[in-house]
Design a protein around this ligand. Structure first.
Ligand SMILES: Nc1nc2c(c(=O)[nH]1)N[C@H]1C(S)=C(S)[C@@H](COP(=O)(O)OP(=O)(O)OC[C@H]3O[C@@H](n4cnc5c(=O)[nH]c(N)nc54)[C@H](O)[C@@H]3O)O[C@H]1N2
Ligand SMILES: Nc1nc2c(c(=O)[nH]1)N[C@H]1C(S)=C(S)[C@@H](COP(=O)(O)OP(=O)(O)OC[C@H]3O[C@@H](n4cnc5c(=O)[nH]c(N)nc54)[C@H](O)[C@@H]3O)O[C@H]1N2
Ligand code: SF4
Ligand SMILES: [Mo]
Length: 744
């Protein structure tokens, strides 16, 4: 019997990175509590944290590879056989149809694991196909596009300085349910309370009076998809009323006049009806925003997964810049990540190149090397050269998370071969020929490479593994490493050998031959210092040591390394956000590019939208604190109680459609139809209904017993793959025209 112990790490279920303390007895988790000594989360956790135990222990979580028999049933097989089978199947497709016959889809948890963050690009390189899809085109691509174009790098995203701001304006985000996104901040509720406590103001602009709106000073309903109009009308008001003052950014911007000229006519008066907000209110909010000692405008899913995602994301930054809040304490600022990799401290860089080629079927422009997930089904269905015939999914459930999933699922059944690297047999992986399940999150170490680039303080924290992996189990990185080696034609290779090779390449990239960045140490010496224990933690160590706080392999003996970071089991606070313009800018001009052509070119579409008749009824999504996209519904404590997958509807709409609370409503869009129970609430503005995504688990072949009992319905059977925000390729998941009637 082993002793009891406490392990400190972070919860990896959302972007907030809360510190947790796990009590372990006899190699079982007996409790999960908030880590009071975590400098960032200070003991805060949400109800999902305990699901880290539920997920680890879930009997439905796959522990062994599964191969589909010809009759559609599954058999457990060994790892060597499974990897060989997966590789052979994919290579067979490539032989028959060429590289473009293979595709990948990476899901959201890819970014929540050090292992997959490090190894997903490698498997994509090994697949050597342009057919790359991910959840990012159903999420934040508009923000990454505007960050890339305006600041020069797709993750150089301005983050609200939550802890110092005097005025927070939130559009299309509900951090009290989501715990924040592109704004890593544990305990948003507490941080918002503090804003109000120090005399500041919180304004929420959302078609639903959300949980966040409930704790704000002011909530304004806005018609779905109208954010760009609202924000550009604010910008226009600033120009008209001479309120523009760029503050410290003044000498670092380009394109100010172009912005003013481009938005002429998009006035508070002209957009009021489309927004559902009075012109005078838009002007008042503008004046308040400008007058506040500091202010931050923040937009999320409601502003990105919509018709004008790129324009809305851009307009958020324009409002921040024009009001002098870009890069100022209390405004929006840039995180200085400990493990950022690559970026120099000199202003200027190569910027980003976008729209370099087009997708095969609809001719959508590529974005960051990806094709819009809205085009996933058509690329599988449409015959001709480059048709997708084989697929690798990694930590994704596109069958529930992407638009028009019924069409996608039909397409998935037509594939010649499909491999899923996933922990569940779910709506997506049931279509695979082989499922390769990695170790559980508690069985491997972790570092939030992505979210510490987006956090409201500069933070670094390393999470050790809690348990040894079960005998013979493989980590995500080991699965991906071995698959990649086979796909690259090296034949069966050990994951360790692949890891040595990968690390060697990273060192070559990060450390110049002349030893200028490694305290004079050679490549061999650097590799030696990174150690011989294989795994992505070595690459992390390299990034930390060459990063802005790093020890430079001895240049700064007090600097950061992984060994040093491990001395802070609760995490290391590297201080509040600091002004970073211009050195953070990677644009070729070394300026903030306010008026990128790719964005301005989309303005005619926005103007045309103003003349369009308003839809009678549109569908939006929502999130619940106890849910997590599609994949945590098999954890009883998170799904028990009241049905959460309800169709929320304003009383006026309910009465016009003759629906009562709890009635079953049939909801129909251009592409599909679902039946859901009605929840009448004045939280929703009239003309807007809301259904959460990620549900609909009672389908054949899914092995998630608890989720099946709380199945809900799949809102993405209604979202339309024909609707995209073209500049970013992002799917439109909010503002979907629907009709509703009592279900027969
Ligand atoms: N209508 C509508 N649709 C939406 C949204 C919306 O707001 N409205 N939101 C969108 C957004 S923001 C996102 S991010 C996407 C999410 O889209 P996806 O990422 O496609 O879906 P998830 O539900 O996150 O599924 C994650 C998958 O990863 C698996 N998994 C979990 N942990 C691990 C792991 O450690 N390793 C491996 N290999 N697998 C793991 C799970 O079993 C599950 O199959 O959905 C999008 N879809
Ligand atoms: N509990 C929980 N936490 C999560 C997740 C989860 O599924 N559950 N998912 C995680 C992921 S992958 C992400 S990306 C983040 C997302 O984090 P958030 O963006 O905060 O997510 P939501 O709660 O969906 O908030 C979106 C809000 O936009 C509103 N909205 C819809 N359409 C419009 C519009 O056109 N304009 C405006 N102004 N508002 C609109 C909705 O009413 C909703 O309140 O959350 C993460 N955290
Ligand atoms: S907010 Fe909840 S789900 Fe997110 S990291 Fe914290 S405890 Fe985990
Ligand atoms: Mo997301």
């Amino acid at each position: 019997m082993s002793e009891s112990r406490t392990v400190y790490r972070v919860c990896t279920l959302c972007e907030a990175t809360c510190g947790i303390a796990l009590e372990i007895e006899e190699e079982r988790v007996v409790s999960i509590k908030g880590d009071e000594n975590d400098p960032f989360s200070q003991g805060y956790i949400c109800p999902k944290a305990t699901a880290m135990k539920g997920l680890h222990e879930d009997p439905d979580r796959l522990r062994k590879p599964l191969r589909k028999r010809t009759d559609g049933t599954w058999e457990e097989i060994g790892w060597d056989e499974a990897i060989a089978y997966a590789a052979k199947g994919l290579l067979g497709v490539r032989e028959r149809h060429g590289s473009e016959g293979l595709a990948s889809y990476f899901g959201n948890p890819t970014v929540h694991s050090l292992h997959t963050t490090m190894y997903s690009p490698i498997v994509n390189r090994a697949l050597a196909s342009k057919q790359r899809f991910s959840a990012s085109t159903a999420d934040q691509f508009p923000k990454m596009v505007t960050a890339g174009l305006m600041f020069g790098e797709n993750l150089t995203i301005p983050i609200p300085d939550l802890d110092r701001t005097d005025y927070l304006m939130v559009l299309g985000a509900n951090p009290l349910a989501s715990n924040g996104s592109l704004m890593t901040a544990p305990n948003v509720k507490g941080r918002l309370r503090d804003i109000r406590g120090r005399g500041g103001k919180v304004v929420v602009i959302d078609p639903r009076r959300s949980e966040t709106a409930d704790v704000a000073d002011e909530h304004l309903f806005i018609r779905p998809g109208a954010d760009a109009y609202f924000l550009l009308a604010m910008a226009n008001t600033m120009f008209e009323e001479n309120l523009v003052d760029l503050g410290t950014c003044a000498e670092h911007v380009a394109g100010l006049d172009e912005v003013r000229d481009a938005i002429v006519g998009v006035t508070a008066q002209s957009v009021a009806a489309r927004c559902g907000i009075e012109a005078e209110t838009i002007r008042r909010i503008t004046r308040e925003f400008v007058a506040a000692p500091s202010a931050a405008c923040y937009g999320r899913i409601g502003t990105t997964c919509q018709e004008f995602g790129t324009l809305a994301s851009w307009a958020v930054d324009i409002v921040n810049i024009l009001s002098g809040n870009m890069d100022r304490p209390g405004g929006v600022m840039f995180t200085r990540a400990a493990a950022a990799g690559g970026s120099s401290d000199e202003p200027g860089g190569t910027g980003v190149q976008l729209h370099r080629w087009n997708s095969r079927v609809s001719g959508y422009p590529e974005v960051f090397g990806e094709i819009p997930v809205a085009a996933f089904a058509e690329e599988i269905e449409t015959e001709g050269e480059g048709q997708i015939r084989g697929l690798l999914t990694l930590a994704g459930n596109p069958a529930r998370s992407t638009p028009d999933t019924e069409r996608l699922e039909r397409a998935l059944t037509s594939l010649e071969f499909m491999v899923s690297v996933d922990i569940y047999l779910n709506e997506t992986t049931r279509h695979a020929d082989v499922i390769l399940p990695p170790t559980s999150a508690l069985e491997h170490e972790h570092y939030d490479l992505a979210f510490y680039r987006l956090s409201v303080r500069n933070i670094a924290k390393f999470s050790p593994a809690v348990f040894e992996p079960e005998d013979g189990a493989l980590h995500d990185w080991q699965i991906l490493a071995r698959l990649s080696a086979e796909l690259m034609g090296f034949g069966p290779m050990s994951a360790d050998d692949v890891d040595d090779f990968v690390l060697g390449q990273l060192v070559d990239k990060a450390i110049p031959e002349d030893g200028s960045k490694s305290n004079g140490k050679s490549r061999t010496q650097v590799l030696e210092e990174l150690g011989s224990q294989r795994g992505p933690h070595r690459a992390l160590d390299l990034m930390l040591r060459t990063g802005p706080y790093g020890d430079g392999f001895g240049t700064d003996p007090d600097g950061l390394s992984l060994a040093k970071l491990k001395e802070y089991p609760h995490g290391l606070d590297l201080g509040p956000l600091m002004p970073q313009v211009p050195q953070v800018l990677e644009t070729p001009s070394a300026k903030i590019e306010m008026s990128p052509a790719l964005v301005l070119d989309d303005l005619p579409r926005l103007r045309a939208g103003l003349d369009r008749d308003a839809e009678d009824l549109v569908l939006i999504g929502r999130r619940h604190l106890r849910s997590n996209n599609s994949w945590c519904h098999n954890i009883e404590p998170l799904v028990k109680g009241r049905d959460r997958c309800t169709l929320m509807m304003n009383p006026a709409d309910a009465s016009r459609f003759g629906l009562g609370n709890g009635d079953r409503a049939q909801l129909t869009s251009r592409v599909g139809s679902v039946v859901a129970p009605v929840e009448i609430t004045d939280e929703l503005m009239p003309g807007v209904v809301s259904l959460p995504h990620g549900w609909g688990h009672d389908v054949e072949g899914v092995r998630m017993g608890v989720a099946r009992e709380h199945a809900g319905v799949n809102s993405n059977a209604l979202t339309d793959s024909a609707l995209i925000d073209r500049p970013s390729g992002n799917a439109v998941l909010n503002g979907i025209p629907v009709v509703v009637e009592a279900a027969g």
